[in-house]
Write a protein that binds this ligand. Sequence first.
Ligand code: ADQ
Length: 473
Amino acid sequence: MNRLIVVSNRVQPPSGQGTANQGGLAVALSAALRESNGVWFGWSGEETETFTGQIQFQKAAGVTTATIDLENQDIEEYYNGYANRTLWPLFHYRIDLAEFQRGFAGGYERVNARFADTLTPLVTPEDVVWVNDYHLIPLGRELRNRGCANRMGFFLHIPWPPMRLLLSLPSHRELVESLFAYDVIGFHTRDWLDSFLHYAREQLEAEVAEDGTVRYAGRSLRAIVCPIGIDSQEFIAATQSEAAVRMQETMERSAGGRQMIVGVDRLDYSKGLQERFLGYERFLASNADQHQKVFLLQIAPPSRGEVQSYQEIRASLDALSGRINGEYASAEWVPIRYVNKGYPRDQLAGIYRAAKVGLVTPLRDGMNLVAKEYIAAQDPEDPGVLILSHFAGAAAQMSEALLVNPYSAEDVADALSVALAMPREERIRRWRALMEGVCREDVMWWLRCFVTSIEGGECGDAGAPDQELGAAA
Ligand code: ADQ
């Protein structure tokens, strides 16, 4: 494998024990970089008075990182602005929340150029460059403009929106055209890929070949489906750790014989937390016999607190959990335990294992790694039940979960009833099938699949056991 240069907005070197707030992308890439002995380049998360382009190198837990600081205006326009207030809502189908400001778009272009200026001298001719996520779509074009002729891939961790929604972005065409600087672009699911191809055909009149090659303006790229997985072996081991076992015992003791339903999400409107609370409320309203016998533990550390829509959702969840608890709680029982903090991965594994139901109901999600972690953490002899939104990318691989429409409180309530009453044999049957997929298509498989594709091979060459899921379009 050639040296891998991974680029993402934030670089979070692993701490060895797992970091409480490390996002899905960070968790996956740490595992990937350890195997490839590569360099991880991105923003340090720090602010500087004037941009210097000075790179800080570090090595932690086998991962080399190279980071740069950004100016306040960069952070406001590129990160809080274009990434979090324009592209994130739009790509999660929330056009009502998307803000279109020229200043944001300008900051996005400027920071992508700054990334390219700083990164170009680090790239040697044999390196394979792998750019991650919506913050950095034009980076490939910027690197090419600076003479970078390397093999380059781009992976999108979030959904690709339907063409009709994308058209509302003022510079949609330029953004999509810039993707043609890459040799390969990857999506988690066939749905997201199809939306991209639809745009390419209709708006760019690009030519799409059977094997997923898309030709446009003298360039060609391969667009593939390559779903991310978790480091399943590491997660299974985490479940056996002392911290996990202790946490599981603590939770079981604190549950006092009640069945625990768990939700674990960044506090984000795409995760469907309000709808989840409403679904649970509906369940309580129509299952009086279950009062006192169950409770919902929702863990949701706040994220992107600078952005107003995130402040609003936090306030609304505070109110909603308060209302439901006010309505149903008694002196000895609180139906929703709502916790605004993150947990180290080991403890999280223990919490998942103690939960009889994993409730994962995003309104729209590129993949959703929590669903896979919940499965990996279960006791094979007595596993819990996963309830999963149809609109999470993970649903394409996890059909043995109870799949629900997260917008329908009735659907969520019904699934809760079914899950809580599910006989052990059925739980084991479903779990085994899910676990098999989680272990087979893990983060290493994803890494090999995508890197092999950037290098010009097929996902199948990487040992993909399921041609359907890993297949090129
Ligand atoms: P995220 O939106 O961050 O990732 P997700 O895939 O669910 O979403 O990953 C979240 C990660 O953070 C998981 O590993 C989880 O364990 C961890 N986490 C969440 N809440 C936590 C808490 N309270 N304490 C500790 N850890 C917590 C983006 C996309 C997803 C896509 C991933 C990877 O939005 O759709 O699956 O990238 O591609």
